[in-house]
Design a protein around this ligand. Structure first.
Ligand code: ATP
Ligand code: MG
Ligand code: MG
Ligand code: MG
Length: 439
């Protein structure tokens, strides 16, 4: 992509309304624009990162055996009356009336709708296990939308729903998602720590929030140091091996970790001080086993092996990709701007032409641009006629992992500089060696 033809509205001034660094950087790097309180457009640069994150989420959901569908954003109120949540949900739910005076709502989550889909088609235990997910916009009328897409009112959520014949199998479904989440966040360049979370009125201990440690996080969290070095399962993890999954989950839930609502001060005080991390955290994912909470009132039953009908055991599993963008920036930036982990970077390389109009410089850059694209890399080519200082500052701000810099003198000598954004390290290379270095 040539910068001269792209839409990247970079802001020079630091926006006053942004309280935290990720929000400031997302606005300055032309990623998002607020359209109303807590409602954002994703501008092209932001959209690219969102797509990269969703792709990782999708790949890891698919790998674990979950199946993608797409449910609508608008839901009929009647489904929520069946579960009893229409009245319970309160003011966070955006309620809508259509021209025929029918009650609708903008979905804050999809348990009811997916349960309706399930009960319409699935009759037998033989069709289980089943896990259906979608990636769809949600709306929650948050009391205090803030921090940009970190806590917005309209936000993207991946929500998965598992269906099983009994508790034990539902636990395996839970473990599958748990492991899938470990892999997902690791691939996004994040260290996410699963922490015991409140299950509310439903009880049981099967709920974990996945938390990124960050000083700007909204939750107070407590965990053991061991989490920083625990092994995340590789691609070859077997999602059909229930015992193996349970082992992994056990190793990831044994050291102490809890959010403030679940904090057990007695257990915490028993830990040696040098092993404790008391910090703030960002909730990027939440998994939950709720058994028959929806299947019972909504009559989602299957026939078991003994011929008897039983309500299906369910769990739900959420990740917020739009919030993840902000969390990734909170975890990976410096005073000059964003530092994208390679896996989610909107472009792989930024190519800087220091002197557009200089014949040697243009020729070298055009040639590198072609070569890098031929090597299957996404390149953002700064071919604009602006000052060197502006080019460097903008490229650092938007945080692409690698920069290739070509000036008139270098071009004549057949050389370019390659700069690693994260370390600031620069190397001068022959033009012919650039692609090999960047790959
Ligand atoms: P929070 O505690 O931050 O309000 P939640 O517990 O209400 O989040 P869940 O219902 O568990 O959220 O939703 C699953 C995921 O959706 C969250 O872990 C988070 O990543 C994302 N999410 C929830 N609310 C928002 C929001 N207002 N803005 C952006 N992402 C959100
Ligand atoms: Mg909430
Ligand atoms: Mg929460
Ligand atoms: Mg939650």
């Amino acid at each position: 992509m040539r910068l001269s033809r792209y839409f990247l509205p970079i802001l020079k001034e630091t926006p006053k309304e942004a309280e935290i660094v990720s929000h400031r950087l997302m606005l300055r790097a032309g990623m998002i624009r607020q359209q109303a309180a807590g409602i954002y457009s994703f501008l092209p640069f932001g959209k690219r990162v969102l797509d990269r994150v969703c792709r990782i989420v999708r790949e890891e959901q698919d790998r674990s055996g979950a199946i993608e569908l797409l449910m609508p954003t608008i839901q009929p109120a009647d489904l929520w009356r069946e579960s009893g949540r229409y009245d319970d949900y309160g003011k966070e739910m955006l309620r809508i009336e259509d021209r025929h005076e029918r009650d609708l709502l903008f979905g804050p989550t999809n348990e009811e709708m997916v349960t309706d889909i399930f009960r319409s088609y699935v009759r037998s235990y033989k069709d289980l296990p089943l896990n259906l997910y979608h990636i769809q916009w949600k709306f929650r009328d948050e009391v205090r939308p803030r921090f940009g897409v970190m806590r917005s009112r309209e936000f993207l959520m991946k929500d998965a729903y598992s269906f099983d014949i009994d508790f034990e199998r539902a636990k395996t479904a839970y473990d599958r998602m748990f492991v899938s989440y470990l892999r997902t966040f690791q691939r996004c360049g994040l260290k996410a720590i699963p922490m015991r979370a409140d299950t509310g009125p439903i009880g049981g201990d099967l709920s974990h929030e996945f938390i990124i440690l960050a000083s700007t996080g909204e939750s107070e969290v407590f965990c053991h140091r061991d989490y920083l070095d625990l092994h995340v399962p590789g691609e070859d993890v077997d999602f059909d091996d229930a015992a193996g999954l349970a082992e992994i989950v056990k190793s990831w839930t044994t050291p102490y970790a809890a959010t403030d609502e679940m904090h057990d001060t007695a257990a915490w005080d028993g830990l040696p001080d040098d092993q404790k991390i008391a910090a703030r955290g960002i909730e990027v994912g939440h998994i939950f086993h709720f058994g028959t909470k929806y299947s019972e009132p909504m009559k989602a039953v299957v026939t078991g092996p003994d011929g008897k009908d039983v309500p299906v055991h369910m769990g739900s599993y959420g990740i917020g990709p739009s919030r993840l963008l902000a969390a990734i920036i909170e975890a990976s930036h410096d005073e000059n701007g964003i530092i994208w982990p390679k896996s989610v970077a909107p472009f792989d390389v930024g190519l800087i032409n220091m002197k557009p109009g200089d014949a040697a410089c243009d020729a070298a850059c055009d040639d590198l641009y072609r070569q890098l694209q031929a090597a299957d890399l996404d390149v953002l080519y700064d071919d604009q006629d602006t000052r060197a200082g502006v080019k460097f500052a903008s490229m650092d701000l938007i945080g692409l992992p690698l920069q290739v810099i070509v000036g008139p003198r270098g071009a004549k000598a057949g050389e370019a500089e390659v700069k690693v954004r994260a370390t600031g390290k620069r190397d001068t290379l022959p033009l012919t060696a650039v692609v090999g270095r960047v790959l």
